[in-house]
Design a protein around this ligand. Structure first.
Ligand code: NAP
Length: 325
């Protein structure tokens, strides 16, 4: 099969032929239609975080995908060849024509979504879900501040929190205000123009921090006592949580068929919607990485957000089309 691979840390992506994977009894072979680009792909490939995010080289990037079941192992009962599915995994491998997966990390693709749209959802939507509900314990009637609301994870977090009956404030670039209000934010604070802790009139129950660094540090000032700070980017200071009498933790996505199944239903009924910024063909993965590299808000547990290199110019995910529908 054709695949995009990283042969050495920090080196160029290579697109060529590799052996097609074979399935174990409890696995499914998915013929990939689309995959999507995540910061995690670039971070792992760079080797800068190899202590906490190791990969085996050569490595095929790609933590999310949509596709069609090609073959099932003898122990698999829930799916059959021909089923359209989508999902996310922790190890990568989706920048390729075929991927082996366990049923525990996939769900049926929402029928109203294209394969490109479906591939854009599993990482961002599940991260948002688990950040809000599993770690943030967000409930109806509560208030939440989402940092990076116009990003891939943030867009789902705003939609899911608003759908759950929470009042949502998001920080983002001013240009994204109308978009964020259209998906459920009550208030948008332009992080380039204002300091959120000076603009917010009341403290919030939950902060979902998709940025890190100073943004996380200042977030303690706007959390109610007993509130929750959930970060997707870096560990949360135990001293700060104790001082402010709040709880705080860094989350890591744990792909789940159950959570993805719920997200699939919300997508299917149109309650939440995906956001695809650009679609590239798989061999153009290197260009997609260039587009995203200037927009890295921080590396998992490693560094706070720094000055932006270049703005991508639009919200939404970058998708790689592997096979045409
Ligand atoms: N822990 C996990 O399991 C997990 C899972 C998924 C993602 N992540 C991490 O979560 C973070 C967000 O991911 P993503 O895919 O949503 O990123 P993304 O799509 O690149 O979005 C980042 C957003 O943050 C905005 N932004 C930048 N600086 C900001 C600031 N100081 N205040 C408010 N907004 C700011 C950007 O806006 P502008 O472009 O206008 O500046 C952009 O809209 C990344 O670090 C990613 O690696 C972690």
């Amino acid at each position: 099969m054709k695949a995009v691979r990283v042969l050495e840390y920090g080196r160029q992506l290579v697109f060529n032929d590799v052996p097609t994977p074979t399935i174990a009894r409890d696995e499914i072979l998915v013929k990939i239609k689309s995959t999507a680009v995540n910061h995690l792909d670039l971070v792992k490939a760079s080797g800068t975080a190899r202590q906490i995010l190791p990969i085996d080289l050569p490595w095929i990037p790609g933590h999310e995908f949509s596709g069609v079941v090609e073959q099932i192992g003898s122990d698999v009962a829930a799916y059959a060849p021909g089923d359209a599915v989508f999902g996310a995994n922790e190890i990568g491998g989706a920048y390729a024509e075929y991927l082996t997966v366990k049923p525990a990390i996939i769900a049926r693709k929402p029928s109203n979504l294209s394969f490109e749209e479906a591939a854009s959802a599993p990482v961002a939507a599940q991260t948002a879900w688990q950040g809000l509900f599993t770690h943030g314990h967000l409930e109806k009637g509560q208030t939440i501040l989402i940092h990076g609301g116009a990003g891939a994870v943030g867009g789902y977090a705003v939609q899911l929190a608003s759908h759950a009956g929470a009042t949502v404030t998001a920080t983002a670039s001013g240009a994204d205000e109308a978009y964020l209000k259209s998906i459920g934010a009550s208030q948008v604070i332009d992080y380039r123009e204002a300091q959120f802790e000076k603009v917010l009139r009341k403290k919030v129950d939950v902060v979902f921090d998709l940025i890190g660094g100073e943004t996380q540090k200042r977030s303690f000032l706007v959390l109610k006592e007993g509130g929750h700070l959930v970060s997707s980017t870096q560990p949360v200071s135990k001293e700060e949580t104790a001082t402010h009498r709040v709880s705080g933790e860094m989350m890591r996505l744990a792909p789940s068929a159950e959570v993805l199944g719920r997200i699939a239903r919300l997508l299917e009924e149109g309650t939440i919607r995906p956001d695809v910024a650009t679609v590239y063909a798989l061999p153009d993965a290197a260009q997609a990485w260039k587009d995203i590299a200037g927009n890295l808000p921080g590396v998992h547990g490693m560094s706070p957000s720094g000055p932006r290199a270049a703005r991508r110019g639009s919200h939404g995910k970058i998708v790689l089309r592997v096979q045409s529908a």
